[in-house]
Ligand binder design. Structure first.
Ligand SMILES: Cc1ncc(COP(=O)(O)O)c(C=O)c1O
Length: 421
């Protein structure tokens, strides 16, 4: 059957961003003709035994408790499971000296759903026909933002400033505040901190500056904290969550062992939370409660924050160190290559100015050498303008083993040398 799709149906049934490349990657991995690949493309987190044990213990507690029937056999409130909301409020109040109450918090089925609600509630066409934009202040950005709006033309992104350290082959992006303009047409702002794909962490001051620019226009600023403290604490540089009248601080438990349970958390002004909650009621009633019930236990006991700091962060930070020391040792010295400062998340981001081919061709050449990484051009959602940089980057995942990462970087160095020759 070939259904006659609506405009939205057509758009939402397309693969966007990295999902389009993932199809090629999956076909390569499954049909490799006996070739073994080092897969440095995965966004799926590594399964860590200590983290699995925590969730297993929380599940055993839940199964043994009288709460079990209430959790799985009944509908709940759209806002989320009350013990989880209470545990988050108490934890954040103690940790950050804020004064969160239950109405400041919403639980969603994963944080991707939260960005979908926000992008369509605050962005898109208004009743008067004006387009409200979803502004990504620093491109490159999380590829998933490319698919969140039912009005794709609403997503717009700004080119960054680039600071280069030639002798060490490192670089860093920062927001270009001369380009970053809020207007009555700005609907909401979204950025990831730490950033997927680059590992960049916007400073506390930069976050405050963005929120201050947005405030006079009543623009909500969503800080995507999928890699931030206190869980999963995948920051390798100090950073503090920033709260404010127009800031929606958005968490995800996916990188601390629960990607399958789909738990996203929005923290902010009750008026913003209410808008998102109503959106959620219409979309799916509420998030599943089993994951929420085990998360409530892990957060209330303090074990989730502990394991994030003592197990999850060191695991990925070590792999970043392996990656950068290998690159420093094996990359050709006479070729321009730059690694983005590894400030957090579970990826490394490489930039090759003057790359004599496109990032897609580099990806294909790497595949021939048995390594799969993600071509960088998938990570510029909303950036329409021509910019050579968009086709000069590569995202490398830190989810493989340290040995695989080191070998992958050695093969990358050999491919790069060949490409330049
Ligand atoms: C920056 C960022 N935001 C959001 C998400 C979506 O996460 P979730 O599993 O909470 O929907 C991801 C997933 O990888 C991500 O990297």
């Amino acid at each position: 059957m070939n259904p006659d799709l609506s405009q939205i149906g057509k758009q939402m049934s397309k693969r966007t961003g990295v999902r389009a490349i993932m199809k090629d990657i999956i076909e390569t991995l499954h049909g490799g003709g006996g070739q073994e690949f080092i897969n440095l493309s995965a966004g799926n987190p590594t399964i860590l035994p200590e983290v699995v044990a925590l969730w297993r213990d929380c599940t055993a507690e839940l199964l043994a408790s009288s709460e079990y029937g209430e959790v799985v056999c009944r509908y709940g409130s759209s806002q989320g499971y009350a013990p989880l909301i209470e545990a988050i409020a108490r934890d954040f109040n103690q940790r950050y000296g804020v004064h969160l109450r239950d109405r400041n918090i919403l639980i969603t089925p994963g944080s991707q759903a939260l960005y979908f609600y926000a992008a369509n509630a605050f962005g898109g066409y208004r009743e008067d026909g004006k387009l409200k934009q979803i502004l990504l202040p620093l491109s490159p950005e999380y590829t998933g933002y490319g698919g969140v709006s039912l009005t794709p033309e609403a997503v717009v992104a700004c080119k960054p400033l680039i600071e280069i350290d030639e002798p060490t082959h490192r670089f860093k992006y920062s927001p270009d505040f001369d380009q970053l303009q809020m207007t009555p047409e700005t609907g909401c702002v979204i950025f990831s901190r730490p950033c997927n794909p680059t590992g960049n962490v916007l400073s506390d001051e930069e976050v405050r500056k963005i929120a201050t620019l947005a405030e006079p226009f009543n623009v909500p600023v969503l800080v995507d904290s999928a890699y931030a403290p206190p869980y999963p604490s995948l920051n390798f540089t100090p950073m503090t969550p920033i709260f404010g009248e127009n800031i929606l601080h958005c968490l995800s438990l996916s990188k601390v062992g629960l990607p399958g349970e789909r738990i996203g958390i929005a923290i902010g002004n009750p008026e913003l939370i209410e808008v998102l909650e109503s959106f959620q009621t219409n979309a799916c009633i509420h998030s599943p409660r089993y994951g929420q019930a085990i998360a409530a236990r892990a957060i209330a006991s303090g074990k989730l924050a502990d394991i994030a700091e003592t197990v999850v962060r060191p695991h990925y930070q070590h792999k970043f160190t392996v990656l950068e020391t290998t690159l420093d040792a094996v990359m050709p010295k006479n070729i321009p290559w730059f690694l983005h400062q590894g400030e957090g998340a579970i990826f490394a981001w490489l930039w090759f100015p003057d790359l004599p081919q496109s990032d897609w061709e580099l990806y294909q050449a790497l595949k021939k050498a048995g390594v799969i990484a993600v071509p960088g051009s998938s990570f510029f959602p909303g950036l329409q303008e021509e910019w050579a940089h968009k086709e000069q980057c590569l995202r490398i995942s830190l989810t493989a083993t340290p040995d695989e990462i080191a070998l992958g970087m050695e093969r990358l160095a050999a491919v790069v040398e060949q490409v330049w020759r």
